[in-house]
Design a protein. Structure first.
Length: 291
């Protein structure tokens, strides 16, 4: 019995588990020389757990991930999880080339909204007069759509995925991926200051990595610098640190960067956060974070 238990532990530990960031910016893409170091694409995060490729959100960053898959640097099968359907999290879908090629297979999970399934919501963004071709015309990959509600759990190979309802206009799912006895929490687009704060703290409890919305400073959020952002569905770095501390996570990753914050300003932003949480990092496009 002891030998079997030890062998099982060794096998589990050998399963690769990492995060890679393909899009880290909020609201709109901001390409250009002043955002090259951190990146200007909107949200897309890859999580690899063994042979499972999990893709979280389909912002403009997914186009670059698609190029990697087309080049053979990844599997032809993946599972896509959508946090919500605001456009910055879907902008890359029509330009994700693998979804147009029959050899690829994708299972797409997302919450039904306003009586529409995840399939109906995605198809609805590629219609005239807003887009020249429809999803039905160009999506040739093997596609399976599955509605997903907050509180549901599922298992994919060695990965277990849990979901949580987050505070964001129109609804938003947070995700926790557990693999190898370790865990990553993806909590983009969440606003602090309501009873759901406690739910997020418990959801992220003891996680190895917390990827969380930290779009604003408290001054920006409260309107002491520029227009107030209260009710917009995003958080401050102060709230991100508070959540990370309360949930006792090991690594805090700031995400959904403010569009007007260029690379130099991001450096200053991270330096300020590290005075309160020394392990904190800001998500950087193409960066791989081993869990």
């Amino acid at each position: 019995m002891a030998e079997n238990e030890q062998a099982g532990t060794t096998a589990e530990a050998s399963v690769p588990f990492h995060v890679r960031f393909w899009g880290v910016r909020g609201s709109i893409p901001v390409p250009g020389p002043k955002t090259q170091r951190y990146g200007g694409n909107t949200p897309c995060v890859e999580v690899r757990c063994g042979d499972e490729l999990l893709i979280f959100d389909l912002g403009t960053g997914v186009r670059v991930l698609g190029e990697e898959l087309l080049a053979g640097r990844g599997p032809t099968r993946a599972t896509i999880f959508l946090s919500h359907y605001h456009y910055d999290h879907l902008q890359g879908l029509p330009f994700f080339t693998p979804i147009m090629i029959p050899k690829f297979a994708f299972t797409v999970y997302g919450a039904p909204r306003d009586g529409r399934s995840v399939k109906e919501v995605l198809a609805g963004q590629m219609v005239q007069p807003y887009f020249p071709v429809t999803a039905e015309q160009v999506f040739k990959a093997q596609l399976t759509y599955k509605d997903l509600e907050a509180g549901q759990q599922l298992e994919l190979g060695p990965a277990r995925i849990r979901t949580l309802d987050l505070n964001h206009p129109g609804g938003n799912l947070g995700y926790r991926v557990e693999c190898n006895g370790k865990s990553v929490v993806y909590a983009t687009d969440v606003e602090h200051g309501c009873e759901k704060d406690r739910d997020l703290v418990e959801f992220a409890r003891d996680a190895d990595v917390l990827i969380i919305d930290a779009m604003y400073t408290e001054d920006e959020y409260r309107g002491r610098k520029g227009a107030a952002k209260i009710g917009w569905g995003h958080s401050t770095w102060e709230s991100a640190v508070e959540t990370a501390n309360a949930s006792k996570v090991k690594k805090l990753v700031l995400f959904h960067h403010e569009t007007t914050r260029d690379d130099d300003a991001m450096d200053q932003f991270v330096e300020r956060v590290r005075k309160h949480r020394p392990d904190a990092i800001a998500a950087v496009e193409s960066e791989i974070l081993k869990v």
